[in-house]
Design a protein around this ligand. Structure first.
Ligand code: ATP
Length: 321
């Protein structure tokens, strides 16, 4: 191998929360129709793809920030990064010889679509590394084949998602919204939350509740108005499976958040705050109560201030040697 053969490209992808998550009754094919408003927030995973790996691939290497528990992250074909690399290589009729490093700051099984973010980042990293120059439409199509949250991770910002969440329409969002996120040390399985939703709401309407009011509130730029309409149909199921979450939401609101809610299928909770100052105050108070509540437990919740909308997948570094 000669100098200049090894190139490493690093791409960043954001976590998402759902400002609205309407869920309809389960269909015969096992899927739930949804009407959602996705919102990317400033909590990111980085995916680095390195060329020059000879032999079999893709080879994965996953590490994470202190608050991320990696024990449930597979390193084989079950990892969405592996699936994305294999899928793209097959599509392009080339071998997936590549080494991919993932640095996770998005909690695993947290309701923040971290795995989907990694898959979207992998598609962009390999598109650039392999010089494919795929059209956006082609990247979005491959993304949708990998999972219904993957197309939004590519796009970022704020977007309405219908169908299974993969039919996307950008929402014009010119504000900066301040969020406090509270992660849980133990994840929640998305399929388990949907199963509980089916048990709790056996007569759920086929058509999911509309995200129109949330879209209008986003356009208004008014956090008090947005707080009034934030909505998650999966919240009762997540509360049922993790009773501590309802109490956490109440504590965040008592600490000054305009509104607290479970993010997606949970267990991460998101608290909308009026501005940066309010977010810092809510964060400080929740950190303090967490310290008191779980003094003896090293696996306590992590409390973070984030903003949205965050950008979609974007390149952050390139190295050649
Ligand atoms: P979903 O996207 O299914 O709603 P989530 O956002 O709650 O789920 P993820 O962090 O995406 O959670 O992970 C869900 C599961 O996917 C994990 O428990 C893990 O076993 C598997 N997984 C596959 N690839 C990855 C990845 N790159 N990062 C994290 N988890 C992954």
């Amino acid at each position: 191998m000669t100098a200049g053969d090894v190139r490493t490209l690093t791409v960043r992808a954001a976590a998402k929360i759902n400002l609205h998550l309407g869920v309809g009754a389960v269909r015969a094919d096992g899927y739930h129709p949804i009407d959602t408003v996705f919102h990317a927030v400033s909590l990111f995973d980085d995916v680095s793809a390195r060329s020059g790996t000879e032999g079999a691939g893709p080879v994965l290497d996953v590490e994470g920030s202190d608050h991320v528990d990696l024990t449930e992250v597979p390193l084989d074909s079950r990892n969405l990064v592996h699936a994305a690399a294999t899928r793209l290589a097959r599509e392009e009729r080339r071998s997936p010889d590549v080494r991919i490093g993932v640095h996770k700051s998005i909690p695993v099984a947290g309701g923040l679509a971290g795995g989907s973010a990694d898959a979207a980042a992998t598609l962009v990293a390999l598109d650039r590394l392999w010089g494919l120059e795929l059209e956006d439409q082609d990247l979005l199509r491959v993304a949708a084949e990998l999972g219904s949250d993957v197309p939004f991770a590519l796009l970022g910002g704020t977007a309405r998602g219908t169908g299974r969440g993969d039919v996307l329409q950008r929402v014009d969002d010119r504000s900066t919204w301040w969020w406090v996120l509270v992660t849980s040390p133990q994840g929640l399985s998305t399929p388990a939350v949907y199963r509980r939703f089916d048990e709790l709401f056996p007569t759920a309407p086929a058509r999911p509740t509309s995200g129109d009011a949330v879209e209008r509130a986003v356009h208004s730029g008014d956090p008090v108005r947005l707080a009034r309409v934030l909505h998650n149909d999966l919240e009762p199921a997540a509360f049922d499976l993790r009773p501590g979450l309802a109490d956490l939401v109440s504590r965040g609101e008592a600490a000054g958040a305009l509104k607290g809610m479970v993010s997606g299928s949970g267990p991460t909770c998101a608290f909308l705050c009026a501005d940066a100052e309010a977010a810092r105050a809510v964060c400080a108070e929740l950190r303090e109560t967490e310290r008191e509540r779980s003094a003896a437990d090293a696996r306590r919740r992590t409390v973070l201030v984030t903003t949205g909308p965050a950008p979609g997948v974007h390149q952050v570094a390139y190295e050649r040697r």
